[in-house]
Design a binder for this molecule. Structure first.
Ligand code: GTP
Ligand code: MG
Length: 194
């Protein structure tokens, strides 16, 4: 998909700031540093619209990117950020929950998992949360450029087995470096938002 118009429309910490246009939304969630903001830049073909960083904990607010006035890609702060204080983690929890709980516009949540690593307890908690609220989940294995092509399926199987996903449940290998998976993910997003 070619994206001509994209803007960061809202940077939000509480419900009162959520957009009210009623456009369908797809949110990106996952551990800090897994590549959520980079993935948004890749999807919309902008180098640094969403701010990224080598150190985890970059995104601290809920950021609504308006794509062609047709949908929002919603960048969320990551979880499991080791340096975060207890107060910060609690703030994160409240903010994320305030958004994910009963957000009618939210059509799907993309759960991002680093292709190199077995999903951890936080990932599993996030997965349970998504299921609990009944959201459609798009599973994305990020940083696919970091492993040999021949090993992709083995790594996807670790993710699939750890989350106990169906044998045929799709997991999209994705790379913001090589743009692998960009078209496939757009297809999945369009399917949920049109
Ligand atoms: P928080 O905002 O802290 O939750 O992190 P995030 O999930 O938004 O991660 P971000 O997009 O900021 O990326 C973190 C780091 O990983 C940056 O240094 C990125 O350049 C790098 N990165 C992201 N995606 C990829 C990828 O597909 N391949 C490689 N090699 N590096 C990536
Ligand atoms: Mg980020």
């Amino acid at each position: 998909m070619t994206v001509n118009n994209v803007t960061l429309e809202a940077t939000v910490v509480a419900k009162s700031g959520f957009p009210t246009k009623g456009l369908p939304e797809v949110a990106l969630c996952g551990r800090s540093n897994v590549g959520k903001s980079s993935l948004i830049n890749t999807l919309v073909s902008r180098k640094s619209l969403a701010r990224t960083s080598q150190s985890p904990g970059k995104t601290r607010t809920i950021n609504f990117y308006n794509v062609e006035d047709a949908l929002y890609l919603v960048d969320l702060p990551g979880y499991g950020y080791a340096k975060a204080s207890k107060t910060e983690s609690q703030k994160w929890g409240a903010m994320i929950e305030g958004y994910l709980k009963g957000r009618g516009e939210l059509r799907a949540i993309a759960l991002l998992l680093d292709i190199r690593h077995k999903p951890n307890a936080n990932d599993l908690m996030m997965y349970d949360f998504i299921k609990h609220y009944g959201y459609k989940m798009l599973t994305v294995a990020t940083k696919a450029d970091k492993i040999a092509r021949g090993k992709v399926l083995t790594h996807l199987k670790v993710i699939r087995d750890t989350l106990q996903l169906h044998a045929d449940a799709p997991i999209i290998p994705f790379s913001s470096e090589t743009k692998t998976g960009r078209d496939e993910l757009w297809c999945a997003i369009r399917e949920e938002t049109t």
